[in-house]
Design a protein around this ligand. Structure first.
Ligand SMILES: Nc1ncnc2c1ncn2[C@@H]1O[C@H](COP(=O)(O)OP(=O)(O)OP(=O)(O)O)[C@@H](O)[C@H]1O
Length: 278
Protein backbone atom coordinates (compact mmCIF):
# COMPACT_ATOMS: atom_id res chain seq x y z
CA UNK A 1 0.00 0.00 0.00
CA UNK A 2 1.23 3.49 -0.81
CA UNK A 3 1.31 5.91 2.08
CA UNK A 4 -0.61 9.15 1.54
CA UNK A 5 1.09 12.21 3.01
CA UNK A 6 0.24 13.61 6.40
CA UNK A 7 -0.30 17.36 6.42
CA UNK A 8 2.79 19.54 6.66
CA UNK A 9 1.50 22.41 8.83
CA UNK A 10 4.31 24.75 7.86
CA UNK A 11 3.03 24.84 4.26
CA UNK A 12 -0.64 25.42 5.14
CA UNK A 13 -1.93 28.96 4.56
CA UNK A 14 -4.10 29.22 7.68
CA UNK A 15 -7.60 30.67 7.52
CA UNK A 16 -8.75 29.12 10.80
CA UNK A 17 -6.21 27.99 13.35
CA UNK A 18 -5.60 26.89 16.89
CA UNK A 19 -2.26 27.36 18.57
CA UNK A 20 -1.39 25.22 21.56
CA UNK A 21 -5.03 24.96 22.64
CA UNK A 22 -5.60 23.22 25.99
CA UNK A 23 -8.91 22.90 27.80
CA UNK A 24 -9.46 21.71 31.32
CA UNK A 25 -13.00 21.85 32.69
CA UNK A 26 -13.50 22.39 36.39
CA UNK A 27 -16.84 21.31 37.69
CA UNK A 28 -17.68 21.00 41.42
CA UNK A 29 -13.97 21.07 42.22
CA UNK A 30 -13.25 18.22 39.83
CA UNK A 31 -10.87 18.76 36.90
CA UNK A 32 -11.41 17.14 33.50
CA UNK A 33 -8.48 17.54 31.13
CA UNK A 34 -10.16 17.37 27.75
CA UNK A 35 -7.66 18.88 25.30
CA UNK A 36 -3.96 18.48 26.09
CA UNK A 37 -2.41 20.50 23.30
CA UNK A 38 -3.86 20.95 19.82
CA UNK A 39 -2.43 23.14 17.08
CA UNK A 40 -4.17 23.14 13.72
CA UNK A 41 -3.95 25.35 10.67
CA UNK A 42 -6.93 25.05 8.34
CA UNK A 43 -6.86 26.35 4.79
CA UNK A 44 -9.64 28.44 3.29
CA UNK A 45 -11.96 26.25 1.23
CA UNK A 46 -10.92 22.99 2.84
CA UNK A 47 -13.22 20.36 4.34
CA UNK A 48 -11.63 19.12 7.54
CA UNK A 49 -13.08 16.36 9.69
CA UNK A 50 -12.08 15.80 13.29
CA UNK A 51 -12.38 12.26 14.62
CA UNK A 52 -11.23 10.68 17.86
CA UNK A 53 -12.35 8.63 20.83
CA UNK A 54 -15.37 9.64 22.84
CA UNK A 55 -14.52 12.39 25.31
CA UNK A 56 -11.27 13.46 23.60
CA UNK A 57 -12.54 17.02 23.21
CA UNK A 58 -13.74 17.15 19.58
CA UNK A 59 -16.84 19.22 20.41
CA UNK A 60 -14.83 21.32 22.82
CA UNK A 61 -12.29 22.13 20.10
CA UNK A 62 -15.05 23.06 17.65
CA UNK A 63 -16.69 25.31 20.23
CA UNK A 64 -13.36 27.03 20.89
CA UNK A 65 -12.97 27.64 17.14
CA UNK A 66 -16.53 29.00 17.08
CA UNK A 67 -15.82 31.42 19.95
CA UNK A 68 -18.46 29.72 22.10
CA UNK A 69 -16.00 28.79 24.85
CA UNK A 70 -12.53 30.00 25.80
CA UNK A 71 -9.55 27.65 25.92
CA UNK A 72 -7.73 27.25 29.26
CA UNK A 73 -4.56 28.17 27.40
CA UNK A 74 -3.57 28.65 23.79
CA UNK A 75 -5.44 30.61 21.14
CA UNK A 76 -7.87 30.24 18.25
CA UNK A 77 -7.70 32.50 15.23
CA UNK A 78 -9.76 33.30 12.18
CA UNK A 79 -7.91 35.23 9.49
CA UNK A 80 -5.23 36.10 12.03
CA UNK A 81 -7.81 37.64 14.43
CA UNK A 82 -7.98 36.00 17.82
CA UNK A 83 -11.40 34.44 18.45
CA UNK A 84 -13.15 35.43 21.70
CA UNK A 85 -16.77 35.55 20.52
CA UNK A 86 -18.64 33.97 17.62
CA UNK A 87 -17.20 35.55 14.45
CA UNK A 88 -19.76 36.85 11.95
CA UNK A 89 -18.49 34.74 9.07
CA UNK A 90 -18.83 31.51 11.07
CA UNK A 91 -21.96 29.46 11.73
CA UNK A 92 -22.27 26.43 13.96
CA UNK A 93 -24.63 23.54 13.20
CA UNK A 94 -25.50 21.54 16.29
CA UNK A 95 -26.03 17.81 16.51
CA UNK A 96 -29.44 18.21 18.09
CA UNK A 97 -31.22 20.04 15.31
CA UNK A 98 -34.57 19.32 16.93
CA UNK A 99 -33.50 21.62 19.72
CA UNK A 100 -32.00 24.24 17.45
CA UNK A 101 -35.18 24.75 15.38
CA UNK A 102 -38.08 26.75 16.74
CA UNK A 103 -41.07 24.38 16.87
CA UNK A 104 -43.53 27.28 16.68
CA UNK A 105 -42.01 28.63 13.46
CA UNK A 106 -42.51 27.20 9.98
CA UNK A 107 -39.63 26.15 7.72
CA UNK A 108 -39.70 29.64 6.19
CA UNK A 109 -39.90 31.25 9.65
CA UNK A 110 -36.91 29.25 10.89
CA UNK A 111 -34.76 30.09 7.86
CA UNK A 112 -35.75 33.77 8.00
CA UNK A 113 -35.01 33.98 11.72
CA UNK A 114 -31.24 33.76 11.23
CA UNK A 115 -31.38 36.61 8.71
CA UNK A 116 -33.49 38.87 10.92
CA UNK A 117 -31.07 38.49 13.78
CA UNK A 118 -27.90 38.93 11.72
CA UNK A 119 -28.50 41.34 8.89
CA UNK A 120 -30.21 44.62 8.07
CA UNK A 121 -32.34 43.52 5.15
CA UNK A 122 -35.83 44.49 4.00
CA UNK A 123 -38.66 41.97 4.55
CA UNK A 124 -38.71 41.30 0.81
CA UNK A 125 -34.96 40.62 0.68
CA UNK A 126 -35.26 38.29 3.67
CA UNK A 127 -38.11 36.35 2.05
CA UNK A 128 -36.25 36.02 -1.21
CA UNK A 129 -33.00 34.88 0.49
CA UNK A 130 -34.95 32.34 2.56
CA UNK A 131 -36.60 30.98 -0.60
CA UNK A 132 -33.21 30.66 -2.28
CA UNK A 133 -31.79 28.52 0.55
CA UNK A 134 -34.97 26.47 1.03
CA UNK A 135 -34.61 25.59 -2.65
CA UNK A 136 -30.89 24.86 -2.25
CA UNK A 137 -31.67 22.16 0.33
CA UNK A 138 -34.60 20.95 -1.79
CA UNK A 139 -37.39 21.79 0.64
CA UNK A 140 -39.58 23.78 -1.74
CA UNK A 141 -43.21 22.87 -1.12
CA UNK A 142 -42.56 22.55 2.63
CA UNK A 143 -42.13 26.26 3.40
CA UNK A 144 -45.27 26.39 5.55
CA UNK A 145 -44.66 23.14 7.42
CA UNK A 146 -43.64 23.14 11.07
CA UNK A 147 -40.57 21.14 12.22
CA UNK A 148 -42.76 18.47 13.82
CA UNK A 149 -44.37 17.85 10.42
CA UNK A 150 -40.98 16.98 8.88
CA UNK A 151 -38.71 13.91 9.03
CA UNK A 152 -35.41 14.11 10.96
CA UNK A 153 -33.41 14.51 7.76
CA UNK A 154 -35.70 17.32 6.54
CA UNK A 155 -35.36 19.09 9.88
CA UNK A 156 -31.59 18.93 9.61
CA UNK A 157 -31.86 20.39 6.09
CA UNK A 158 -33.84 23.31 7.57
CA UNK A 159 -31.07 23.82 10.12
CA UNK A 160 -28.48 23.76 7.31
CA UNK A 161 -30.54 26.22 5.19
CA UNK A 162 -30.89 28.53 8.16
CA UNK A 163 -27.14 28.40 8.81
CA UNK A 164 -26.20 29.00 5.17
CA UNK A 165 -28.77 31.74 4.51
CA UNK A 166 -26.52 34.09 6.49
CA UNK A 167 -23.87 33.49 3.80
CA UNK A 168 -21.11 32.42 6.16
CA UNK A 169 -17.62 31.54 4.93
CA UNK A 170 -17.21 28.87 7.56
CA UNK A 171 -19.51 26.07 8.65
CA UNK A 172 -18.65 24.28 11.88
CA UNK A 173 -20.69 21.09 12.25
CA UNK A 174 -20.85 18.92 15.35
CA UNK A 175 -22.05 15.39 14.51
CA UNK A 176 -24.72 16.83 12.21
CA UNK A 177 -25.83 13.48 10.79
CA UNK A 178 -25.79 11.33 13.91
CA UNK A 179 -29.50 11.42 14.70
CA UNK A 180 -30.81 10.16 11.35
CA UNK A 181 -31.06 6.74 9.71
CA UNK A 182 -28.29 5.44 7.44
CA UNK A 183 -29.92 6.34 4.11
CA UNK A 184 -30.89 9.84 5.22
CA UNK A 185 -27.35 10.27 6.50
CA UNK A 186 -25.92 9.47 3.08
CA UNK A 187 -28.28 12.01 1.47
CA UNK A 188 -27.27 14.72 3.97
CA UNK A 189 -23.57 13.95 3.43
CA UNK A 190 -23.95 14.47 -0.31
CA UNK A 191 -25.99 17.61 0.25
CA UNK A 192 -23.27 19.13 2.44
CA UNK A 193 -20.59 18.08 -0.04
CA UNK A 194 -22.49 19.74 -2.88
CA UNK A 195 -23.02 22.95 -0.87
CA UNK A 196 -19.33 22.99 0.13
CA UNK A 197 -18.32 22.84 -3.53
CA UNK A 198 -20.98 25.22 -4.87
CA UNK A 199 -20.62 27.88 -2.18
CA UNK A 200 -16.85 27.67 -1.64
CA UNK A 201 -17.26 27.13 2.10
CA UNK A 202 -14.63 26.12 4.63
CA UNK A 203 -16.09 23.27 6.69
CA UNK A 204 -14.92 21.71 9.93
CA UNK A 205 -16.93 18.62 10.85
CA UNK A 206 -16.79 16.62 14.07
CA UNK A 207 -17.77 13.01 13.59
CA UNK A 208 -17.36 9.59 15.21
CA UNK A 209 -17.49 7.97 11.81
CA UNK A 210 -14.11 7.47 10.12
CA UNK A 211 -15.73 6.41 6.82
CA UNK A 212 -17.86 9.54 6.73
CA UNK A 213 -14.79 11.64 7.50
CA UNK A 214 -12.73 10.13 4.67
CA UNK A 215 -15.60 10.27 2.18
CA UNK A 216 -16.35 13.95 2.79
CA UNK A 217 -13.05 15.56 3.57
CA UNK A 218 -9.94 17.06 2.06
CA UNK A 219 -8.23 16.38 5.39
CA UNK A 220 -8.94 14.26 8.48
CA UNK A 221 -7.46 15.00 11.88
CA UNK A 222 -7.63 12.23 14.50
CA UNK A 223 -7.25 13.35 18.09
CA UNK A 224 -5.79 11.00 20.69
CA UNK A 225 -7.60 10.10 23.88
CA UNK A 226 -7.75 12.86 26.49
CA UNK A 227 -5.93 15.00 27.28
CA UNK A 228 -5.82 14.99 23.50
CA UNK A 229 -3.21 15.96 20.97
CA UNK A 230 -3.22 15.44 17.20
CA UNK A 231 -2.64 11.72 16.61
CA UNK A 232 -2.67 11.83 12.83
CA UNK A 233 -3.35 14.60 10.34
CA UNK A 234 -4.08 13.13 6.95
CA UNK A 235 -4.55 14.88 3.62
CA UNK A 236 -7.31 13.20 1.60
CA UNK A 237 -6.72 13.46 -2.13
CA UNK A 238 -9.66 11.36 -3.33
CA UNK A 239 -11.07 12.65 -6.64
CA UNK A 240 -14.21 14.82 -6.82
CA UNK A 241 -17.11 14.51 -7.32
CA UNK A 242 -17.27 11.81 -4.69
CA UNK A 243 -19.74 8.98 -5.08
CA UNK A 244 -21.08 6.93 -2.20
CA UNK A 245 -20.35 3.55 -3.78
CA UNK A 246 -17.50 4.14 -6.26
CA UNK A 247 -15.39 6.38 -3.99
CA UNK A 248 -15.62 3.92 -1.11
CA UNK A 249 -14.29 1.13 -3.33
CA UNK A 250 -11.13 3.01 -4.31
CA UNK A 251 -7.90 1.49 -2.89
CA UNK A 252 -6.88 5.00 -1.79
CA UNK A 253 -10.11 5.33 0.25
CA UNK A 254 -9.46 1.99 1.95
CA UNK A 255 -5.88 3.02 2.71
CA UNK A 256 -7.05 6.23 4.44
CA UNK A 257 -9.69 4.32 6.37
CA UNK A 258 -7.11 1.74 7.41
CA UNK A 259 -4.62 4.32 8.65
CA UNK A 260 -7.19 6.24 10.65
CA UNK A 261 -8.81 3.17 12.20
CA UNK A 262 -5.39 1.72 13.07
CA UNK A 263 -4.51 4.99 14.81
CA UNK A 264 -7.79 5.08 16.75
CA UNK A 265 -7.63 1.39 17.71
CA UNK A 266 -3.99 1.68 18.81
CA UNK A 267 -4.91 4.69 20.90
CA UNK A 268 -7.72 2.75 22.60
CA UNK A 269 -5.52 -0.32 23.07
CA UNK A 270 -7.78 -2.32 20.72
CA UNK A 271 -6.26 -5.01 18.50
CA UNK A 272 -6.97 -5.03 14.77
CA UNK A 273 -8.34 -8.31 13.37
CA UNK A 274 -4.92 -9.18 11.88
CA UNK A 275 -3.21 -8.68 15.23
CA UNK A 276 -5.90 -10.56 17.15
CA UNK A 277 -5.46 -13.58 14.84
CA UNK A 278 -1.67 -13.72 15.24
N1 LIG B 1 -19.22 21.99 30.36
C1 LIG B 1 -18.48 20.99 30.77
N2 LIG B 1 -18.14 20.86 32.07
C2 LIG B 1 -17.36 19.85 32.51
N3 LIG B 1 -16.84 18.90 31.70
C3 LIG B 1 -17.13 18.99 30.40
C4 LIG B 1 -17.96 20.01 29.87
N4 LIG B 1 -18.06 19.84 28.53
C5 LIG B 1 -17.35 18.74 28.24
N5 LIG B 1 -16.78 18.23 29.35
C6 LIG B 1 -15.90 17.06 29.44
O1 LIG B 1 -14.80 17.26 28.56
C7 LIG B 1 -14.47 16.06 27.88
C8 LIG B 1 -14.51 16.30 26.39
O2 LIG B 1 -15.86 16.52 26.02
P1 LIG B 1 -16.28 16.74 24.49
O3 LIG B 1 -17.76 16.72 24.43
O4 LIG B 1 -15.57 17.91 23.93
O5 LIG B 1 -15.66 15.42 23.83
P2 LIG B 1 -16.03 14.72 22.47
O6 LIG B 1 -14.77 14.18 21.91
O7 LIG B 1 -16.79 15.65 21.58
O8 LIG B 1 -16.97 13.56 22.99
P3 LIG B 1 -18.06 12.65 22.23
O9 LIG B 1 -17.33 12.07 21.05
O10 LIG B 1 -18.43 11.61 23.22
O11 LIG B 1 -19.21 13.54 21.83
C9 LIG B 1 -15.43 15.00 28.39
O12 LIG B 1 -14.80 14.28 29.43
C10 LIG B 1 -16.60 15.81 28.92
O13 LIG B 1 -17.25 15.14 29.98
Amino acid sequence: MTREPTVNLSTVDAFLSTEGVCKTYVSRGQETKAIGNVSLAIERGSFVSIVGPSGCGKSTLLQIMAGLIEPSSGKAYIESQEVHAPPRQVVYVFQQYTRSLFPWKTVRGNVEYGLKSRESMTAQQIASRANEYIELVKLQGFEDHYPWQLSGGMQQRVAIARALACKPNVLLMDEPFSAVDALTRVGLQDLVLRLWRELGLTIVLVTHDVEEAVYLSTRVVALTKPPSTVGIDLEITLPHPRQQIATKELPQYLEYRHRLLAQLFADEGLATVAEANK
